[in-house]
Write a protein that binds this ligand. Structure first.
Ligand SMILES: N[C@@H](CCC(=O)N[C@@H](CS)C(=O)NCC(=O)O)C(=O)O
Length: 231
């Protein structure tokens, strides 16, 4: 059994998608970020960066104590290597999946996240930041579009954790100012993943977080964006 500490954000949804696709037994533990639940000591013991997603694997492969894992990319890699699910068989394909997973974690996620922040969550418009991150997100969508030319999936011949990691950061493309029609191979891949029953289940009732300006209270802003070095 896996506990998934979760909120319905792009990084949280990666694990929802993975667990829906694989059918691994799990329990969802909601973390209300705008209420600051990510700062609770019990959660920090699992996820020291005070961010979701995090898991606790109650049946680790070594048979030892329950194993906490934080960082969505590390969690996907851990589960894929442990179970062999959504993990290509060939070593070269595993390396491809790992590269695109790291590309998502270090590039697409952070840049699209900043684009979304400045476009929909910032309390005032900062044109330079909006332009900078919107362009960078678009550039990254272009990189993925070229990768998908003539391919059905990002790595190997089947769905893998690389697709799972990227999809939640392609979904908010419209709120990030990107017209998917400009990247047709990415658009075809997006539609294919969106149509999967597991995607439909994971995303039931979930909206694009950047589709419209957020209306956070001062306390919610403090919980979400107000932390310094002392936490
Ligand atoms: N690199 C991390 C990023 C996780 C992340 O940014 N999580 C956000 C929601 S998508 C969060 O928990 N924010 C709460 C906070 O920063 O206090 C991962 O991929 O797991």
């Amino acid at each position: 059994m896996i506990d998934l500490h979760y909120a319905a954000t792009p990084n949280g949804l990666k694990l929802r998608l993975y667990l829906e696709e694989t059918g691994l037994a799990h329990r969802i533990v909601p973390v209300k970020l705008s209420a600051g639940e990510q700062f609770a000591p019990e959660f920090l013991a699992i996820s020291p960066n005070n961010k979701i997603p995090a898991i606790v694997d109650h049946a680790p492969a070594d048979g030892g104590a329950p194993l906490p894992v934080f960082e969505s990319g590390a969690i996907l890699l851990y589960l894929a290597r442990k179970t062999g699910l959504l993990w290509p068989r060939a070593e070269r394909d595993q390396l491809e999946a790992t590269q695109w997973l790291f590309w998502q974690m270090a590039g697409l996620g952070p840049m699209a996240g900043q684009a979304g922040h400045f476009r929909a969550h910032a309390p005032e418009a900062v044109p330079y930041a909006i332009d900078r991150y919107t362009r960078e997100a678009a550039r990254l969508y272009g990189v993925l579009d070229r990768r998908l030319q003539g391919r059905e999936f990002i790595a190997g011949e089947e769905l893998s954790i690389a697709d799972i990691a990227c999809y939640p950061w392609v979904l908010p493309h419209a709120g990030l100012g990107h017209d998917l029609a400009a990247t047709p191979d990415l658009q075809r891949w997006f539609e294919r993943i969106r149509a999967r029953p597991a995607t439909q289940r994971a995303y039931a009732g979930v909206d694009d977080p950047y589709a419209k300006p957020a209306n956070f209270t001062a306390a919610e802003r403090q919980a979400l964006f107000g932390q310094g070095a002392q936490g």
